[in-house]
Design a binder for this molecule. Structure first.
Ligand SMILES: [Mg+2]
Length: 387
């Protein structure tokens, strides 16, 4: 009788896998073990007793390779990132490779810094999102925060914690997605860190930018009487997640804001340089939650019109999302801003529509006016994958 029924099970310590090389069974050559080697290294060969597939019930010795999961080679990873990130802009004097990056600050500007986590199973799932999409969304989060203050990016920094068995190809594709967006906005990747994570992928993006002294648009600048505006359409970011949860497979073409988000840097800078916005925030958590942030920081209330909210059209049929999704869905990366009542606000900036949706009021409540009445709008922004 065979001692071991399944030749593909780990033979020694957890995390080790073996691969039959085909010795004695030429037909086995090329078989892939259950634990597919991502970053594995053969540490020794050994004989193992396995069932004979030709004669059921019999078994025989074959030579197996014992593989060990190896951590992603940090040095070669950093070298590759450095090579692909080389198209540095003029803002970075010293980038990847030294103890610190050295960044040039434009004369008369202040420095803006933001940091955002991208966590596996919180912000993305490997089964749902390609590595390129994860990389793009990771940098979008940082750049969108900068856009929300009217800043211009100077450099980005990326820290990655990766499980040892993560295929190197995943990281390469993640970097491709991230750097494609970086190049679109001419943002040099100027540094970061890598470490091994026990199980999941963690990415932290830091974006450094600048704005002329004392001009960055803050959340606390809204005053009663100001008009409230949003850019683009709302609800598309979360609509795709809803599809995933419903066990549908949303097509990236039908949900571009989810799979191919773009930070509204140009719009943010225009609103700042033309002194249009009195307060601003990016819509990462959802309108109801992000408007509450502005109201809290500005110590004001707000009133918004349900019918005025531009609802995203998604799916193959381009149907508008529900009002709830437009109000509470997050990860749209549009901008929400206020402007004084008399201020001229263009209908579009850089081809993107700006829609008035309400006004800032005295008091603390946020009211939603619908065709049937008025209700208090509770901040119920999307909490990612918590359901
Ligand atoms: Mg933000």
């Amino acid at each position: 009788m065979c001692q071991r029924g399944n030749p593909w099970e780990p033979v020694t310590k957890a995390g080790w896998a073996k691969l039959a090389l085909g010795t004695g069974y030429s037909s086995w050559t090329g078989l892939v073990p259950v634990a597919s080697p991502g970053n594995h290294q053969v540490i020794r060969f050994a004989d193992a007793l396995v069932p004979n597939p030709v004669r059921p019930g019999a078994c025989r010795f074959v030579e197996v390779a014992i593989l060990m999961a190896m951590p992603l080679a940090e040095k070669s990873l950093i070298e590759d990132i450095r090579r692909s990130a080389r198209a540095a802009g003029s803002s970075v004097r010293i980038g990847i490779g030294d103890d610190c990056a050295v960044i040039r600050r434009p004369r008369g500007h202040e420095i803006l810094v933001t940091t955002d986590f991208t966590l596996e199973n919180i912000h993305f799932r490997r089964a749902w999102h390609t590595p390129e999409v994860v990389g793009r969304r990771c940098l979008t989060r940082g750049l969108s925060d900068l856009a929300a203050m009217g800043g211009r990016p100077l450099a980005a920094f990326l820290s990655l914690a990766l499980p040892a068995d993560l295929p190197r190809r995943w990281v390469d594709r993640f970097m491709r997605g991230l750097l494609t967006l970086a190049h679109e906005h001419n943002v040099p990747l100027a540094g970061g860190d890598t470490a091994q994570s026990p199980k999941h992928i963690l990415a932290d993006i830091v974006v450094v930018g600048s704005a002329p002294n004392r001009t960055a648009i803050v959340r606390s600048g809204a005053k009663p009487g100001d008009r409230i505006y949003v850019t683009g359409e709302l609800g598309a970011g979360t609509a795709a997640l809803k599809e995933f949860f419903a066990r549908q497979k949303p097509h990236p073409k039908d949900y571009p804001r989810h799979f191919h988000p773009a930070p509204r840097l140009e719009v943010g800078e225009f609103l700042r340089s033309h002194q249009i916005a009195s307060a601003m925030i990016d819509l990462s958590d959802g309108l109801s939650t992000d408007l509450a942030h502005i109201c809290e920081e500005s110590r004001v209330g707000a009133e918004i019109l349900a019918d005025a909210i531009p609802r995203a059209r998604v799916g193959r049929k381009r149907e508008p999302v529900s009002l709830k999704l437009a109000l509470d869905g997050g990860e749209d990366y549009e901008l929400l801003f206020t402007a004084r009542a008399g201020k001229r606000v263009p209908p579009t900036i850089a081809g993107l529509p700006l829609t008035p949706i309400g006004r800032i009021t005295h008091g603390k409540r946020i009211l939603l006016r619908t065709s049937t009445g008025t209700e208090t709008l509770q901040p119920q922004g999307w909490e990612h994958f918590r359901r």
